[in-house]
Write a protein that binds this ligand. Structure first.
Ligand SMILES: Nc1ncnc2c1ncn2[C@@H]1O[C@H](COP(=O)(O)OP(=O)(O)O)[C@@H](O)[C@H]1O
Ligand SMILES: [Mg+2]
Length: 424
């Protein structure tokens, strides 16, 4: 540990914190909207090459180094790290809390504090901290509109953690408690997003197909950029899709003007970010296969299906007092056996592999659930002991979803398909 507690380091994040004071203004969305049109243009010109590629340089760590551990400053002046004032709690996850903070210059940020283990402080890609830094440095900075950006971070040997707040609000008490005794804390300072896709869906009295589809195109475009550079977000769901308000009416996606309806879609939460370069080469055959099936388009399909069921969930949550969204996402209810047979056949056809043999395909269960929920949507809803059945929204047909599953590894093709298909 001695070598961890060094005085200072030339960390890449220094430059990012510098750039923050330059680029982040009172509303971070404003600052990013400027650079964004550029980034959209830049990437659309690249778009003709649809294969997955990354430059050799990307494979290097760019001398990236995790910052040293410092003593947690109990902040005599009420400021965190002599700089940030906590304004309010925004949200919490399993391991941490997200706050709204403001710096000396009144720039606002999202401040996420999490417990981490000693393992995270190693300067190689076994560390999820280093993986995230790599992503923020190499990709997020280049596409400030499409991905949340990191402006500053610190690692401390203690922190101001309000575990009671998390415990009070979580469904997973044991998992939360498992993190409680970890020795270190990481403090991330991000640009603010205005809301998440979940917040937007909750705020709608009725489902707005056109707006939803336009936002889906932005989401697909972001998935395409990740894939283009060899990254997988790996944790896409409606709470990890951020929305940043913009006054720009249109954005350019593959040379098409797409209405923003006032929002840029910005991906957040890179705790599970993945890239081939993070893995060493002696993977066995099975893990290679699992790796092959990692695809953010699986998260995309999941987001579509959950959204189709959103009105149903809202209704059922009220009458039966359950967190339906969690159930729709967590392979619930169990699929009847005779249906499973039909579903596996369909899945084998779409993925062009024999599902019953590929039991180690990590996402089989996930996709089975999705197919069950769209093919047998009445039965699925009736299993919740209700007479209230919603016809699924027609913003995306089952055939469209099949198309995505068929092309899980080609986000470009899927993006082109929906760019043509959606009438916006
Ligand atoms: N940059 C941000 N601006 C505003 N809210 C945020 C930001 N990042 C996260 N949040 C809020 O906090 C929640 C949890 O953050 P997230 O990074 O997804 O943590 P977890 O790993 O716990 O899911 C998000 O779903 C979102 O509501
Ligand atoms: Mg999250």
């Amino acid at each position: 540990m001695g070598n961890i507690l060094k005085k200072s380091s030339k960390s890449s994040s220094k430059s990012s914190s510098k750039s923050s004071s330059k680029s982040s203004s009172k509303s971070s969305s404003k600052s990013s909207s400027k650079s964004s049109s550029k980034s959209f243009l830049k990437s659309s010109s690249k778009s003709s090459s649809k294969s997955l590629f990354f430059k050799k340089n990307d494979l290097l760590t760019n001398n990236m180094k995790i910052k040293d551990v410092i003593n947690y400053d109990k902040s005599e002046n009420g400021l965190l790290f002599n700089k940030y004032k906590i304004l309010k709690t925004i949200s919490h996850g399993l391991h941490g809390i997200v706050y709204l903070v403001e710096d000396n210059h009144k720039n606002k940020y999202a401040y996420k504090v999490e417990k981490i283990s000693e393992k995270e402080l190693i300067n190689n890609y076994d560390s999820s901290v280093l993986r995230q830094l790599d992503f923020f440095e190499n990709i997020a900075k280049k596409y400030p509109n499409n991905f949340m950006n990191l402006y500053d971070y610190y690692i401390t040997n203690d922190c101001n953690f309000d575990y009671n707040y998390i415990l009070k609000n979580t469904f997973h008490k044991n998992k939360v408690l498992a993190y409680k005794n970890l020795p270190y804390c990481i403090h991330y300072f991000y640009n603010l997003i205005d809301s998440t896709l979940l917040d937007l869906l909750k705020s709608w009295k009725y489902f707005k197909n056109k707006i939803f589809n336009a936002l889906l195109l932005q989401l697909l475009y972001n998935i395409y950029i990740l894939n283009l550079h060899g990254y997988t977000h790996h944790d896409l769901h409606i709470e990890n899709v951020g929305l940043v308000k913009t006054t720009e009416k249109y954005i350019n996606i593959l040379n098409k003007e797409i209405p923003t309806y006032g929002y840029y879609v910005q991906l957040i939460d890179f705790g599970k970010i993945d890239h081939n370069k993070y893995h060493n080469n002696n993977l066995n055959k099975n893990s290679l296969l699992i790796k092959k099936y990692k695809s953010d388009l699986i998260g995309f399909v999941y987001i579509v299906v959950v959204s189709k069921y959103f009105n149903f969930c809202k209704k059922i949550e009220k009458t039966q007092n359950v967190n339906m969204l969690k159930k729709v996402s967590k392979s619930y209810p169990p699929i009847p056996l005779h249906k499973l047979f039909i579903i596996n056949n369909k899945l084998s056809e779409l993925l062009n592999l024999n599902i019953s043999k590929n039991y180690y395909f990590k996402y089989t269960k996930y996709l089975q659930t999705i197919l069950y929920q769209i093919l047998y949507y009445k039965e699925f809803q009736q299993s919740f002991d209700t007479n209230y059945i919603v016809q699924l929204n027609d913003f995306m047909s089952n055939d469209d979803i099949f198309f995505v599953i068929k092309n899980l590894y080609d986000p470009y093709k899927v993006l082109e398909y929906f760019l043509q298909k959606f009438k916006l």
